[in-house]
Write a protein of this length. Sequence first.
Lengths: 424, 289
Amino acid sequence: MISAREKAIRYIMIVLWLVLAVVSLLISGWLVVEPGAISSEAISAFGGILLAGVGITIIVFNLGDNYQPPISHFLISILLLLLGGVVFLFFPDQGVALPNLEGDITAKLANLLLFLLVGFAGIWAGLLFFRENPAQNRELAVKYFTWLSVLIPLGVLVFFVSYTIIEGSSVINWQFISSSTNLMMGKVGIFPAIMGTFSLIIGATVLAVPLGVGAAVFLTEYAKRTWIRQAVGVTADCLWSTPSIVFGLFGYVFLVPRITGHSTLLAGQIILAAMLLPLTIATSTEALSSVPDEFRSGSLALGASRWWTIRKVILPSSVPSIITGILLGIGRIAGETAPIMLIAVASNTSAPSFLTSSFPYFQLGSLFREVDALPYRMYSIYKAGVGGSIDEAWGTALVLIVLVLMFYGLGITVRSYYRRRRGW
Amino acid sequence: MFNDQGNKEGILDLPNQTAVEIRNLDVYYGEENAIEDVSLDILRKKVTALIGPSGCGKSTLLRSINRMNDLIDGAKVEGIVKVDGNNVYSKGLQVSRLRQKVGQVFQKPNPFPKSVYDNVAFGPRAYKHHLRKEKGGLSSLTSFFESGEKSPIDGRHMDKVVKDSLEQAALLDEVEDKLHKSAMDLSGGQQQRLCIARCLATKPEIILMDEPTSSLDPISAGRIEDLIEDLSTDYTVLIVTHNMQQAARISDKTALLWLGELVEMSETEELFENPEKELTEKYITGRVG
């Protein structure tokens, strides 16, 4: 039942809505008669009030304890939430800005508040909706919520990537990708940065993965249920959450003086490997301990040694999950700028090269030289402010994303190969 | 000793009829005494069934023969377990050789996530690898114990080993055209027979079976029982079972364990028809347990 007070509030709300409806009719009529009579700011302010009104109404209408709101309230709130999000993201200066508030509350902040208000209304309605209703409605609500939690991150992702593609593709051409920057000749190229990031990722992975997987094998197969396992787990988590600039500082103080005294590719690889290591340990440990014990006992009972069991049964079955972990880590280190700024990168370096035309056809000299890297290049192009620099920063960002996606693609291919073989 | 002659017909009835000799065995899990002073003999090329209520130590006893108890944290074994006259808990023993000679089939079928072929070839390959790592390499196919016996497994004929093992496990007809498909796609019963084939591929002499049919449907279970009977002409089989009818059907000898102690062990028929101890009679007629 609804109390008298609640009833009164509802009547007031209905009256307010009627007034709003009449006002909006009048405004649209006025605009038809005399276009431009009302400033666009006033219109957007009115739209904002309308939007906020819906949110407040939904909350008020659902105040009653035993009241069962219809699903339409919930759906409308979700819709408004999305609409608010779109306005917030795409029209930062439109929406609810009240002109006389400019300076105190900016339009952007007001939009954010509106966004949160409508979101709150939606969640409120949703909660009430399935607090009272029978199981069938709850199922429906859960379905919409889960949909939403897929749609929102997916939408953000698609937005980021497509925006980068749109902004970046205009500067991407063969010259941009294949040559180095020469400001004297006014051309910007990121080939050294591509090769630098590539070398950093490969080097870090080569250093970190054997160590990480090895540690995981020790922890799961040899140090079962001991304090060492927990200690390493906690340490790995702490390392993983250590800010990357701290890694950079350590590299600068302890690594750089011991290698050449100046920034080198090798120092960058080592520090990025140290950053990648904790995640590799954590995910590999998880992967190895999810291999059923029946496989272990089955193998050992056939007379296989522990090492043979690990090599032939346990590692192959856990490769997919291990690769997933490594991919996550690569995604992180590929974009790291802070640590390598201190220990590995410099502008206007040539691309690292490990191949030579004469015997023995490879050389390691590049390991001990400075490199360029895509995230750093992005930062310095933007900072330098030459030419259409922001476009080139977008182009660099696009190349970085494509590079990371290439590693992902490779990893996913290997993973699905092992997954098909695994089939349990 | 595990020498080739020992496997051949004709020498069977010579004095060395005991495949496994257990004397005063105690197994502890931490403080808990899971097996208490058990002594029994398991006869060569016979099926011996271990029965008893849950938690009476049947599986523990089984695992102490191929030292799979080593894998359990806090497990401690005292007493003597002799396989072909050699104490399996002596220091110089190579556990992997022991486990090759004493195969085990588990309660739940546990094929590896590999192809059918690779599953069966797993044991022989591990064995070959093991030999290669030893002093002298493959040329010194030394024995399981120190007797200088040659390996019965010849890696050069892996195809034959695989096919023979599958044939012996009565599975070859069903999987011949999917040898290189994943073993995980087989049915539960087929998987269990694959596990038996995998075990046979290492040329064991003794096969330990830990309730091998309890996770299978009656028809698959029946096929496994038939298979066990066939296997008993060439192998010594020790089977743990909850199912007394199964014990009665397939075993030559039966032992009843109760709270970690051996109550009675005799010819299966005798144990079921004319038990010596009162507890045995109560258990097999379902009045206790």
